[in-house]
Design a binder for this molecule. Structure first.
Ligand SMILES: *[C@@H]1O[C@H](CO)[C@@H](O)[C@H](O)[C@H]1NC(C)=O
Ligand SMILES: *[C@@H]1O[C@H](CO)[C@@H](O)[C@H](O)[C@H]1NC(C)=O
Ligand SMILES: *[C@@H]1O[C@H](CO)[C@@H](O)[C@H](O)[C@H]1NC(C)=O
Length: 433
């Protein structure tokens, strides 16, 4: 009797094992199409300078970062992507064990590839990329048919990376060195007024506090063809201000992640000498001088691993299908790693190369700030809380209080007119706090 029972248990275990192996195999073959893409041939556009090591700020002694080995330099020369020998942190691996949700299975396909070769063949490039086959999606996501249209669309497109560039800002370096602070502001094509308010206030480019240079760029997707054609206006704006970085993908909430992925890669190629990067929305108020003061006072080691903002932790997916941040359980299981709210946060420029690399490894996730948190987590860097980042706004009673604003760094969400009033207010010589 006992024998029979243990025999049955073994048969059962065997069956479970087979199912697991088979389901893995299925996803492996489904993903093989993009995971095993040949690297692009040399001579394709926008090549990475091969063999260029990770940048170290001159004034900061950084924790050692890995320079590309000759093998990697060769790979970098053959591909458009930054190729560094990046290790994925143990914390990240512990946080994202293999589970049955689709995102996790995609992640582990990449992790296995990464662990075999210490590099990753990136997902399909825009031009070569086809929408994911519906049958494949339905095989891998049992309730795909119940997903909202936005999510279906996201899953069909989420393997397409490197969207075509439409407009680029002027050269990022000035006098041979990168900016101390790069302000990278997510905007949408039609937000002309918000961008102008930022330019006239907290995003003013220039040299502050005796030598700290600030550069501002706006990150844009493109408007869809049902919208009015804004391209002549954008063309004018981009030429006049030379601060527009625009890609040819549809501007939408779920494409913000794609925007970050493209931004990391562009910045690694074109602005890798930036000491610090601020990422934020075009409708926040940022106290740039306070941020510069804060950054200037940092010790070198924390500066090289900086990721600071309003930390959201513990955080878990919203399961209410009516919410705009809804995440279906069959797509993602478990909580989110701690992350900085996307309204405005800072990170170290020393992370850029590895971020650009890892964002190719980590499957796109529909919520952009969660995705950035995941990528930085994979580097082994934890977000740091700072009370100066109020991405959910200050108390109503303090909305007009200039002294409160003068102390803060990022405040969600202000109209262009309020941004101008606040900027003037905190700089008023008659303000005594
Ligand atoms: C990357 O680093 C690992 C471990 O340090 C090493 O085994 C591997 O060969 C390296 N890969 C390349 C392509 O240089
Ligand atoms: C940008 O500036 C750097 C250094 O000043 C220079 O080497 C490079 O050619 C410039 N690139 C462009 C596109 O102007
Ligand atoms: C993202 O952009 C692509 C290209 O424009 C588009 O096909 C896709 O529908 C967009 N995705 C979402 C979720 O809006």
């Amino acid at each position: 009797m006992r024998r029979l029972r243990s025999l049955m248990a073994m048969v059962l275990l065997g069956a479970v094992f087979l199912v697991l192996v088979l389901s893995n195999w299925q996803i492996d073959t489904a993903e093989a199409r993009f995971a095993d893409q040949e690297p692009l041939s040399p001579g394709s556009s926008r090549l990475d300078p091969p063999g260029k090591p990770v940048w170290r700020p001159k004034t900061l002694a950084l924790a050692p970062t890995q320079a590309p080995t000759p093998a990697l330099a060769k790979l970098a020369a053959a591909s458009k992507h930054p190729v560094l020998n990046v290790t994925v942190s143990d914390d990240f691996r512990k946080f994202f064990p293999h589970n049955t949700a689709y995102w996790s299975r995609l992640l582990h396909v990449f992790l296995r590839q990464h662990d075999r070769s210490h590099t990753v063949t990136p997902p399909a490039d825009w031009n070569e990329c086809e929408e994911a086959n519906l049958e494949v999606l339905k095989t891998n996501v049992h309730d795909f048919d119940t997903y909202p249209d936005l999510h279906k669309n996201f899953l069909r497109m989420c393997h397409c990376r490197n969207p075509p560039l439409l407009r680029e800002p002027k050269n990022c370096t000035s006098e041979g060195s990168g900016p101390f602070l790069l302000l990278a502001i997510k905007s949408a094509p039609s937000n002309f007024q918000r961008r102008q308010a930022v330019r006239e206030t907290w995003g003013t480019e220039g040299v502050y506090l005796g030598g700290l240079s600030v550069r501002t760029i706006f990150l844009l997707g493109s408007s869809s063809n049902v919208d009015p054609d804004l391209s002549p206006l954008l063309e004018y704006e981009a030429r006049r201000h030379q601060d527009v970085l625009q890609w040819d993908f549809h501007e939408s909430l779920f494409n913000l992640t794609l925007k970050f992925d493209a931004f990391f890669k562009w910045t690694w190629r074109n602005c890798r000498d930036a000491s610090f990067v601020f990422s934020g929305d075009d409708d926040v108020f940022v106290n740039t001088p306070a941020i510069l003061e804060y950054l200037r006072a940092l010790a070198p080691e924390p500066a090289s691993r900086l990721y600071v903002g309003q930390v959201i932790s513990p955080a878990s997916p919203i399961r209410d299908a009516k919410s705009k941040y809804y995440i279906p359980p069959s797509y993602y299981e478990g909580g989110y790693p701690p992350y900085a709210g996307g309204g405005g946060f800072l990170f170290s420029g020393a992370l850029l190369g590895r971020l650009a690399e890892l964002s190719s490894l980590i499957p796109l996730f529909p919520i952009d700030d969660v995705y950035v948190g995941m990528c930085i987590h994979a580097l082994g860097v934890a977000p740091e809380k700072h009370p100066g980042f109020q991405t959910f706004d200050v108390a109503e009673s303090n909305r007009e209080n200039m002294c409160v604003h003068k102390e803060l760094m990022v405040i969600h969400r202000r109209t262009p007119r309020e941004v101008k009033r606040l900027w003037k207010g905190i700089h008023s010589p008659s303000l005594t706090c």
